[in-house]
Design a protein around this ligand. Structure first.
Ligand SMILES: Cc1cc2nc3c(=O)[nH]c(=O)nc-3n(C[C@H](O)[C@H](O)[C@H](O)COP(=O)(O)OP(=O)(O)OC[C@H]3O[C@@H](n4cnc5c(N)ncnc54)[C@H](O)[C@@H]3O)c2cc1C
Length: 536
């Protein structure tokens, strides 16, 4: 139902958010048209009929490890990079807001992942790279030909969340670094020209603090393959990006920045992709909503269009409210990241606040995308379950957003670290207080601020175990409360009570919750058990 429409022209809230945060009106109409037609067609075709394939050998028997992409997908990726310049903005005087608005409009997490891992590589090379490798940030940003693709390979079989447990080793040989190890989830395998990756330098510290960040090129200086792709994974979504297993065997590598600061650079680079995950989740929510709204407007049941039934209206209302919440939270986090992106380790409080808001945004937007796309699928009735229409795909795609780039639990644990060790909640409270003062409805905004203060003082009183037990729910509460304040501030700034109504609904119906007291180990063991409940 959303096919063939201009997704930017349709999306007044996105244009409003950009106006609010940027104080100007970027023109993404061309990308909006492209997103609603060509991208829709290609993403659908790749998902159902034309998945990437791993080509290990060429006709001469040489190992090549290429991921074949549908030619239309290749074209789309290069047009997004070159014609629409989605990755160019932050490097050519534009804003990260415009980049992430582009990721939102693309929506498809497979295609936008290719752009995201590419801009992450450009970001790290530009900011922390040195020597020969640094100049390639321009090719990765789409500013210079030949266009290049990047990748970020951190996860190993024993460590996705627990990166410090990983075993890839870096060794200095003469003036070069070489890596040996095996990366278990490697998106962009077989298409990336340069990848960022983590490894422990031999003889260094174990754990996350001992990780260094490296860049590896697809080919060595002598023209041979620099790493190998073992296989591509079969996935239930994100099909457009090939995700494989990559093996480093004496792989030549460039050290990025200081070897001792690798984990900080990695976490900073993950902010770039967590924000992309948030923006993409908004795009998925919006497209799922558009599909469901279009369908509900013509499908009839019990003698009237289903949109006229109160329960359907309520579903659509919930979908709209959650989508606007996700949008404003994403661009708030982007705004903070933009202001802090000049910071370097050990960073300032501005950076820690940006990181905290990124954890909040990543978590809330992912949960909202899963919920909105599920409601949308249900509104299509039985047709919603058929793979020949778009809607089931949006739900499948939504389900990756709470998992990759750090699961929701990991966002919650990182939030605790940002609060306990960096006091990142202090600048957040100051900022929210100031925003609440200029709100459209000050009472609502101040009430949300009180909720935020209560949540944080409740956290301060918890034992470490209680805090960890509730961390994801605290993360959600902080997200809902700050979205109320932001929406009220946006309503005042734009003179539009639409955002006030959304804020009010979140304030009244989504926000009121309380943390759960840990029920005690005996009760937990009684409930979370296989004994007596299931045959095992
Ligand atoms: C399609 C796809 C593409 C991917 N592409 C890449 C890529 O290009 N590069 C890359 O580096 N990675 C990539 N990943 C990996 C992804 O980032 C990880 O899968 C993810 O971060 C989770 O790590 P894990 O799979 O090791 O899960 P685990 O760490 O084993 O976690 C399992 C579960 O335990 C929970 N958990 C773990 N520790 C804790 C804790 N302390 N407290 C509470 N809960 C906990 C997690 O939340 C999760 O629910 C990709 C994954 C997928 C599915």
């Amino acid at each position: 139902m959303a096919y063939g429409l201009n997704h930017y022209k349709l999306d007044k809230p996105l244009r409003d958010a950009l106006k609010y945060f940027l104080d100007r009106k970027p023109d993404l109409t061309g990308l909006g048209e492209y997103a609603g037609r060509t991208l829709y067609e290609v993403a659908y075709r790749v998902d159902l009929q034309s998945q990437p394939r791993h080509i290990m050998w060429d006709v001469r028997g040489n190992r090549v490890d290429v991921s074949w992409l549908d030619p239309m997908e290749r074209l789309v990726v290069s047009e997004l990079l070159e014609t629409y310049g989605v990755n160019q903005y932050p490097f050519n005087g534009g804003s990260w807001h415009e980049h992430y608005a582009g990721i939102n409009l693309i929506g498809d997490p497979g295609i936008s992942c290719i752009l995201t891992i590419t801009i992450q590589t450009a970001y790290a090379l530009h900011k922390y790279g040195s020597g020969d490798i640094r100049r390639y940030y321009r090719n990765l940003a789409g500013l210079e030909k030949p266009l290049m693709l990047g990748a970020t390979w951190f996860t190993e079989i024993q460590g996705g969340s627990d990166l410090g447990a990983n075993t890839t080793v870096a060794e200095r040989r003469g003036d070069k670094w070489v890596l040996n190890g095996y990366k278990y989830f490697s998106s962009g395998a077989g298409i990336a020209d340069i990848a960022l990756t983590t490894a422990h330098p031999k003889g260094g510290r174990p754990g996350a603090k001992g990780l260094a960040l490296f860049a590896v090129q697809r080919f060595r200086g002598d023209g041979e393959l620099n790493f190998y792709v073992r296989r591509l994974k079969d996935k239930s979504g994100t099909v457009a990006v090939p995700t494989g297993e990559v093996e480093f065997i004496d792989t030549e590598a460039y050290l990025i920045g200081d070897a001792e600061k690798g984990i900080y650079y990695t976490l900073e680079d993950l902010m770039v992709s967590r924000l992309a995950n948030s923006a993409g989740a908004v795009g998925i929510s919006r497209k799922a909503y558009l599909e469901a709204f279009g369908y509900a407007a013509f499908r009839e049941a019990f003698g009237k269009r289903i949109i006229e039934h109160p329960l359907v209206k309520r579903d659509l209302l919930e979908m709209e409210v959650l989508t606007e919440e996700s949008l404003v939270m994403t661009h708030k986090a982007v705004d903070l990241f933009e202001r802090a992106s000049g910071d370097t380790p050990p960073y300032t409080s501005r950076y820690h606040y940006a990181r905290l808001m990124t954890h909040i945004a990543k978590n809330i937007t992912a949960a909202n995308a899963a919920r909105v796309s599920m409601l949308a699928m249900e509104l299509f009735g039985g047709i919603g379950f058929l793979s020949e229409y778009m809607i089931e795909r949006w739900h499948r795609e939504a389900l990756i957003t709470p998992i990759w780039e750090g699961t929701s639990n990991i966002q919650a644990l990182d939030m605790l670290e940002a609060i306990y060790k960096k006091s990142a909640h202090e600048p957040m409270l100051e900022d929210m207080e100031e925003l609440a003062r200029s709100a459209y409805d000050r009472d609502t905004a101040l009430s949300a601020l009180r909720k935020m203060q209560d949540t944080l003082s409740g956290l301060a009183r918890m034992t470490p175990m209680q805090a960890e037990f509730n961390a994801k729910y605290i993360l959600e509460d902080l997200g809902h409360a700050s979205s109320v304040i932001l929406l009220e501030a946006m309503a005042a700034h734009l003179g539009d009570d639409y955002y006030h109504h959304i804020a009010r609904l979140i304030h009244d119906y989504v926000l009121p919750r309380k943390p759960m007291d840990h029920p005690g180990d005996d009760t937990l063991e009684r409930i979370i058990t296989l004994d007596g409940n299931l045959e095992y």
